[in-house]
Design a protein around this ligand. Structure first.
Ligand code: HEM
Length: 356
């Protein structure tokens, strides 16, 4: 799927999201289910070429199971290191729930794969699942051994759902909290949107490089939101010498991303929310290599460009149309977080009101 058609799919989701937000009539609500559904639908579109209505039964099963998997991730992750814990409450129940959820999710994934295989037409590749299945057929015809396998496809799709849904949704929820707290920044972003895009059409990716303040704001949200504070766990495949240390083969390695994003040597006053740190004196964006929300190296986030597209389009489309406000009686947004798959804000309620 090319960048242009991907952008169209994202904008289709955004249009539906904006209608759903408008229907809240400026009353306090939790943005999480709406935004997660939207970004999950983007992945569905890439994988299966379709989207689901928010109240579709199959989609509800997938979303609930995905949410439970995310919520239990830290505890189930512990079982990787201490597997015997699975026999002891409360881990026993957690393990049973995880197995049940995985079965439910794989049923949905299998159903969609089988539908694709039934209607497969090599001359009309509709989406990722078709493209993958096509690869299996090509390798089969050539009689070659391949890692492209029907069952492997289910795990690839599952990985993309896991990696691509909660991350983007969580970043957007931090984004809204930062805008609640820093209304001055929010107004500057809105002024840039009005100037470059206006109110008559949805934002496009072509607008992004004309909007340095917005780009810098998203960078600062990603720096302070810091949603993957310890990166992903990797393992050394052989012995490694690193800065005078010897790391043996098969050692689990984690990267302390927080130590970098909060290091005054890279970011002055690191606790301060300050988009201007990413702008030079002419208002142009400064790239800072110490900002690495998608990690670096060979295992860098596979979805980085999709995620950047989603963040820009969701963020600007919401602020183009709405102001963000605290519920009556709430003086300050809470920046307390929960450590699940990612570092995510505690559930909060927000008022998103049509702009004057
Ligand atoms: C704001 C959103 C996102 C953030 C902050 C983010 C961040 C990350 C980080 C830090 C990693 C670990 C890299 C490493 O192992 O060193 C990662 C891996 C990955 N991400 Fe993302 N991600 C985001 C969105 C997405 C999206 C939308 C997709 C695609 C659908 C995606 C797919 C993946 C995949 C497949 C990996 C594993 C790559 C590998 O192991 O080789 N991510 N991401």
């Amino acid at each position: 799927m090319g960048k242009v058609s991907l952008e169209l799919k994202i904008k289709e989701e955004i249009s539906i999201l904006l209608v759903a937000i408008k229907a809240t009539n400026g009353e306090p609500f939790d943005l999480q289910p709406l935004i997660t559904t939207s970004v999950c639908n983007v992945i569905c579109n890439i994988m299966w070429g379709n989207r689901f209505d928010h109240d579709d039964e199959q989609f509800k099963i997938l979303m609930k199971a995905l949410n439970d998997e995310f919520a239990n991730f830290v505890s189930t992750g512990l079982l990787n290191f201490l597997p015997w814990l699975r026999h002891i409450p409360p881990f026993r129940k957690l393990m049973q729930d995880t197995i049940r959820n995985e079965r439910l999710i794989f049923e949905v994934l299998k159903k969609n794969r089988d539908l694709h295989v039934e209607n497969f037409d090599a001359d009309n590749i509709r989406d990722f699942t078709d493209a993958y299945h096509n690869e299996i057929q090509i390798e089969k015809q050539k009689g070659r051994e391949t890692t492209f396998k029907d069952d492997e496809l289910l795990y690839v799709v599952w990985d993309l759902f896991m990696a691509g849904t909660e991350t983007t949704s969580t970043t957007m929820r931090w984004a809204m909290l930062f805008m609640l707290k820093h209304q001055d920044v929010c107004r500057k972003v809105q002024a840039e949107i009005d100037d470059i895009i206006g109110r008559g059409r949805l934002p496009n990716m072509a607008d992004a490089n004309k909007m340095p303040f917005t780009e810098a704001t998203i960078m600062e949200i990603q720096r302070l939101g810091n949603i993957v504070p310890l990166g992903a766990i990797h393992a050394t495949s052989e012995e490694v010498q690193f800065r005078g240390y010897t790391i043996p083969a098969n050692t689990a390695v984690m990267s302390n991303v927080t130590a970098i994003t909060m290091d005054p040597a890279f970011f002055s006053n690191p606790d301060k929310f300050c988009p201007e740190r990413f702008l030079d004196e002419n208002g142009h964006v400064i790239k800072n290599e110490a900002l690495m929300p998608f990690s670096v190296g060979r295992r860098v986030c596979l979805g980085e460009s999709l995620a950047k597209m989603e963040l820009f389009l969701f963020f600007t489309s919401i602020l183009q149309n709405f102001d963000v406000k605290l519920p009556d009686g709430v003086m300050e947004p809470s920046f307390e977080g929960i450590f699940g798959v990612t570092w995510m804000p505690k559930p909060y309620r927000i008022r998103i009101c049509a702009r004057e």
